[in-house]
Each structure stands twice: as structure tokens, then as C-alpha cells.
Design a binder for this molecule. Structure first.
Ligand SMILES: [Zn+2]
Length: 439
């Protein structure tokens, strides 16, 4: 398998942690909720909860979801697949330097006296940067927090931007640890709009490991040694347009034509029988990107095999071609820029499950099974069976030979309410350290 080697601020003061037990402690072995299942509970019959495991919300209203996907389409064998060459369709893997410079330039009002080019750091509690008083952790909050981390911890946090979304948002890429380390671990979150608590989780992980970089340890191995050897490459919000739609509705979009397009998509979903929700509620359940493409259906493996929605929709429309969307192209570019990506984890919601089967052959079958088991042992999430086609993890495994799993967080339908966060955190706090020491 070919593995490519190519490749201030608004300050939102969040002084209080609303979630008991979320304050970083540097301790190991968080107490897990009772919902965890044994790590070896591998089953191929689990329904994809995120996509099909629920049909009605707490009010009994039908959620705009399609019936069960082909979770058992095929199992431990690689099916016939079309020739996949998405790299030819996705252009340069390089980040957009002009966009990056726009995003990360220091605000003029910070350098007011002209005596220094180094902005003073805002007085923020390094253990409470991420706003956990609301589930509405927005793109703007994340961007401000990322800038704070990069300015506060320049030795081990750096930022780039990989492509711009249809609605004009930069897709932020974070490098944590030794950027020149010989190996990298990739994590991403919020591929689907309404699953934005996964962004909060990854950002809280970043906060925790930054704040405890020189004092914490995992299995007696100091964090600073762990992250000196392994660089973590993060895309904490893959789909900022979709997150914005889910959180803020159409008013959150910058482009008038995209706001109008939402109404067209809504009519299409209504007419297609894909939703019975009212418009505003339908928006809160939005999964796609800003133009109605499901980013976890926009990758090449199995792309031709799926046809859940024929036109743009709030979910499940695969796009005009593999990698047609900037967000998907961005992730592929980032992966292909890494010298030695060990593994990739894609956080989704919900279901409290780990998907790891993508029709891969050995040795990737065992490698992916092992990765899923390691994460299951830590988090208590059981491993599940086959996931859908044309997802990011599918691409990592099938097209690049990189072990990759999809971790479904949360126990109730999305958007996850704030009270879910403590469970996400308890299960996933030590994921980075575990992965970097096991691999
Ligand atoms: Zn998802």
C-alpha cells in the first residue's frame, strides 16, 4: 500500500469549569462510567448508531436520518473497488499561505504602543481555556483558543490552515509536541456539523496536555518525553460551516447564496421524505458541510457503491466526486504531508462505539483491530463492525495503509447536550498519551 511522503484575538473568558472532574489532574485511570463494555466485544451486527441507530428524538419526532446503512455489506474481505485516484482530483496538498497569514496575524489592537511585536498573553487560566459552560463551542471560540495556545506554548503548539470552506472559514490544523518528531498521530473531530462536542473534546485534550506538558506523565513516562517523540496533528473542526449551521442556523453563514441554498435543500429533503422536521429544528440536526455534502461520504473507497441521497442534503449526500469538497481534500492533504503517520482517529457522535472494519486485507485487518482494542481498553467503548463506505477512515486504511478508526462518542442523539461532556472527557482524557506510548 502506497504511503505518500509528499507533503489576536477575541478572548472568551471562561473562568469556570462547569463539569465536575474535568479539571486536569495529571492522574491516570479516570473512573469510567458503567456503560463501558469489554474491549473484545467485537460484533459485526451493530447498527451504525450515528447514522441509523435512532429514528426518533426524545419527543418522538422522526429525526432526519436514513434507515440503516449497509453495515454488513461485506466483512473480512476486500471487495472489488473502482480504481481510486483521488489524489489527482484534489490538487496541491500545501496549505494556503495567504489564508494562513490572514488567520494568524496578530490583531492590530494588541500592539497598541508600537514597542513590541509580541502580543501580551491574555490573563487566562491555562486549565480553563475551553468554554465548558455551554455546548455551543463555536468556530470563533475555537479559533481564539487556538491562537491563545499557539501564543502561550510556542515550543509545542503551532498552527496552519488547510484550505478554506465554501463559506470562507479556514480549516485549522494544529501540531502539538515536537513538530519535527519522526512520527505523527492524527486526530480529527466534527466531520459532521451537529457532532461539535467532539471539537470541544479535542480542544480540551489540547488544553490538558499543554497545561501539564512538563509535569504530567502516563505510565510513569513524562508527557514531555512522550510528545518529544510523537507529534500530534489535529484538525479539531473538520467542518466549521456545518458546525455553524447546526449551532447558529442560517444566520451563522456568511454567504447569502448559501443561506438561500439551505432553503432549497430543506425543500428537497422534505419532498424526498428525508425529514419531517420544521426548518429550524432540521438545521440543528445538520450533518453536511455548507453546501449539503456529507463529508464522511466524500472519499474514494466504495464511493461508487453508495447512493443514499441523489442531491445535496442535510446528510448522506456523497458529493459530485470523491474529494470534491475542500474539507475532505484538506484532510487528505494533511495526511499526505506527514512523514510517518502511525495512525488516525476520527471522532464522531454518537453511539459510544469504535468502528474499525473497512474491508481491509491483512496486515491492516489485524493492525486496525489492535488499534480499536487499545482505544476500547482505555475508553470502555466497545468495538463495532463495519462502518459506512467512502469515509475518512476508510480512505486512510484502504488508500494509504494507515490504521484508522472512527470513534463514536456520546450516548444520546446529536447535538449532544452539555451534560454528556463529562463522560466524553473521562473516557478520552488520556487517549493521546496512551496512543503515543503504545505505538
Ligand atoms: Zn459523524
Amino acid at each position: 500500500m502506497k504511503r505518500s511522503h509528499a507533503l489576536f484575538c477575541t478572548f472568551l473568558l471562561a473562568f469556570s469549569l462547569a463539569i465536575t472532574g474535568c479539571r486536569p489532574t495529571g492522574q491516570q485511570n479516570p473512573t469510567l462510567p458503567e456503560t463501558g463494555s469489554p474491549a473484545d466485544a467485537v460484533t459485526t451486527s451493530v447498527t451504525n448508531a450515528e447514522s441509523a441507530g435512532y429514528t426518533a428524538d426524545s419527543t418522538g419526532q422522526i429525526i432526519d436520518e436514513f434507515p440503516a446503512e449497509s453495515v454488513s455489506a461485506f466483512s473480512h474481505s476486500k471487495p472489488d473497488r473502482p480504481a481510486a485516484d483521488d489524489s489527482a482530483q484534489n490538487g496541491s496538498p500545501s496549505a494556503n499561505p495567504s489564508a494562513a497569514s490572514t488567520a494568524y496575524q496578530v490583531s492590530a489592537d494588541i500592539i497598541s504602543d508600537g514597542t513590541s511585536v509580541v502580543p501580551p498573553l491574555p490573563d487566562r487560566d491555562p486549565n480553563s481555556i475551553i468554554d465548558l459552560t455551554t455546548a455551543q463551542y463555536t468556530y470563533e471560540k475555537m479559533t481564539a483558543d487556538l491562537n491563545w495556545f499557539a501564543a502561550s506554548y510556542p515550543q509545542y503548539v503551532s498552527l496552519e490552515a488547510a484550505k478554506t470552506t465554501a463559506d470562507g472559514r479556514l480549516i485549522h490544523v494544529v501540531y502539538f509536541g515536537n513538530r519535527n518528531a519522526a512520527r505523527q498521530i492524527f486526530l480529527c473531530a466534527a466531520t459532521h456539523g451537529r457532532e461539535y462536542m467532539t471539537t470541544q473534546l479535542v480542544m480540551k485534550q489540547l488544553e490538558y496536555y499543554c497545561a501539564n506538558y512538563n509535569t504530567g506523565s502516563y505510565n510513569s513516562i513524562p508527557y514531555n518525553r512522550i510528545f518529544e517523540n510523537t507529534c500530534f496533528v489535529l484538525v479539531p473542526m473538520v467542518n466549521p460551516d456545518g458546525v455553524t449551521i447546526s449551532q447558529l442556523g442560517e444566520a451563522g453563514l456568511n454567504r447569502q447564496d448559501l443561506r438561500e441554498n439551505l432553503h432549497s435543500i430543506y425543500s428537497s429533503d422534505i419532498n424526498g421524505g428525508f425529514t419531517t422536521l420544521d426548518y429550524e429544528t432540521w438545521l440543528t440536526r445538520w450533518k453536511a458541510n455548507g453546501v449539503g455534502v456529507d463529508l464522511n461520504r466524500n472519499y474514494s473507497p466504495g464511493w461508487t457503491l453508495i447512493n443514499d441521497r441523489p442531491v445535496p442534503s442535510s446528510s448522506l449526500y456523497k458529493g459530485s466526486s470523491p474529494g470534491s469538497e475542500a474539507e475532505a481534500a484538506a484532510l487528505m492533504s494533511v495526511i499526505d504531508s506527514l512523514s510517518n503517520p502511525l495512525l488516525a482517529v476520527s471522532y464522531h457522535s454518537y453511539g459510544n462505539l469504535i468502528y474499525w472494519q473497512y474491508g481491509q486485507a491483512e496486515p491492516l485487518w489485524t493492525a486496525n483491530s489492535n488499534l480499536a482494542t487499545h482505544i476500547s481498553n482505555l475508553t470502555g467503548y466497545p468495538t463495532a463492525g463495519y462502518s459506512n463506505e467512502a469515509g475518512f477512515s476508510n480512505w486512510c486504511v484502504i488508500e494509504r495503509g494507515i490504521p484508522s478508526v472512527t470513534v463514536e462518542t456520546g450516548g444520546v442523539p446529536c447535538p449532544l447536550p452539555l451534560d454528556q461532556f463529562s463522560d466524553l472527557w473521562a473516557r478520552n482524557q488520556h487517549l493521546w498519551a496512551m496512543l503515543a506510548t503504545v505505538y
